[in-house]
Design a protein around this ligand. Structure first.
Ligand code: KG4
Ligand code: ZN
Length: 347
């Protein structure tokens, strides 16, 4: 199995990519983001997402083949995200992939989206595969839908050693951004505001640590702490569900910066705790949408460098939801079987 067409539609990105597993290179990585459609609702609206996937999927797949300079005949395998995600959105990608595989007599492979993120750290900026990381390593995957800490022993063997018990890390950025009247998704806007005041920590929000499960995360308390603090200062009107006119640009920067520093501290605390529990760890990978954040990435690098550990984080287009990571994950998971799983489902 050499040329793999990846398809990803689990949330609000319609994406397709081609991976050449013989030459170990991503040949194309095409993405259509639905941000503009969901922005005014402050989050992803599932029905709008699946309808938009339906309208786009054909042209996105065609574009991925065109950019890879390949005809559909050349593809051997179709890899598609089957979980986790929005049911309607996943069904669009899976049904389309099944149809293509059936009509073109291709092998069909189902991929777990989180496994796609996990191994996206292997993809370098030019699309080539990097040399294997030293095992075992720690992987922190943080996005709008999930936050998990993995101990990775090999490309086939890994375990989750920590995860969020409530909100995802990206969700904390998105929700606080909304309280500040910033657009969705909030992470990049929070980072830009924080940068303006050089990442100072004004309000010292709580660095939540769970007593009995130190490697698990909890972000909902942080979100509530920020909300209460905003209300106390007269910057947020809970009844109207929006910031008050007292909230100045300077205040927005202070809140954004304090939140970012707080989340970065929480991340470092988790890495610290993981290293105590698993001293055999050789390095850290940082993946998922939040890994686009240069400040958090810099803090992780600073921490690991001092301890002679490696840090790897892919370029932003491989951090956010994308199909390159799905096609690449398929190259790792392909079994000896040449058979397609026609009963593949989204659960
Ligand atoms: O991986 P992704 O594209 O989709 C999900 O699977 O959720 O991640 C999107 C999330 C959003 O919550 C967004 O606010 C966050 O990643 N994000 C960031 C940054 N860029 C994206 N968070 C913090 N800083 C950023 N620069
Ligand atoms: Zn994702």
């Amino acid at each position: 199995m050499r040329l793999i067409l990846g398809i990803e539609t689990s949330c609000d990105e319609t994406a397709a990519a081609v991976y050449d597993s013989k030459n170990q290179k991503i040949l194309s990585n095409v993405l259509h983001s639905q941000i503009k459609l969901h922005e005014k609702y402050g989050g992803v609206v599932p029905e709008i997402a699946s309808r938009s996937h339906l309208a786009r999927i054909k042209s996105i797949v065609e574009q991925a083949l065109e950019e890879a300079a390949l005809s559909f005949d050349a593809i051997d395998t179709i890899a598609v995200t089957t979980k986790p995600g929005l049911a309607g959105s996943l069904l669009v990608g899976l049904s389309y992939a099944k149809g293509l595989a059936w009509a073109g007599n291709k092998k069909l492979v189902g991929i777990d989206h989180l496994e796609g993120h996990l191994f996206s750290s292997m993809l370098q900026a030019d699309g080539t595969k990097r040399d294997e990381h030293s095992f075992p390593y720690l992987a922190l995957s943080m996005s709008g839908g999930h936050t998990s800490l993995y101990l990775v022993y090999s490309n086939q063997k890994y375990e989750i050693i920590g995860q969020t018990i409530d909100d995802a890390g990206g969700e904390a950025f998105d929700k606080v951004a909304r309280m500040l009247g910033l657009p969705y998704p909030g992470g990049p806007h929070i980072e830009k505001k924080a940068e303006k005041i050089n990442f100072q920590d004004f309000f010292k929000y709580p660095r939540v640590r769970l007593k009995n499960a130190k490697l698990n995360f909890s972000f909902s308390g942080l979100k509530t702490a920020v909300l209460y603090d905003l209300m106390k200062r007269g910057w947020y009107d809970l009844k109207k569900n929006r910031p008050t006119s007292n909230l100045t640009e300077e205040n927005v920067q202070q809140v954004a910066s304090s939140l970012l520093v707080c989340i970065a501290d929480i991340v470092i605390n988790h890495i610290k705790d993981a290293l105590v529990l698993y001293p055999e760890i050789k390095g850290v990978t940082f993946i998922g949408g939040v890994a686009c954040n240069k400040y958090i990435k810099g803090r992780i690098e600073q921490y690991t460098k001092a301890r002679k550990l490696f840090t790897i984080s892919p370029i932003p287009s491989f951090c956010v939801d994308n199909a390159a990571m799905i096609a690449y994950a398929a190259s790792l998971s392909q079994t000896q079987s040449k058979e397609s799983d026609w009963y593949l489902d989204i659960f």
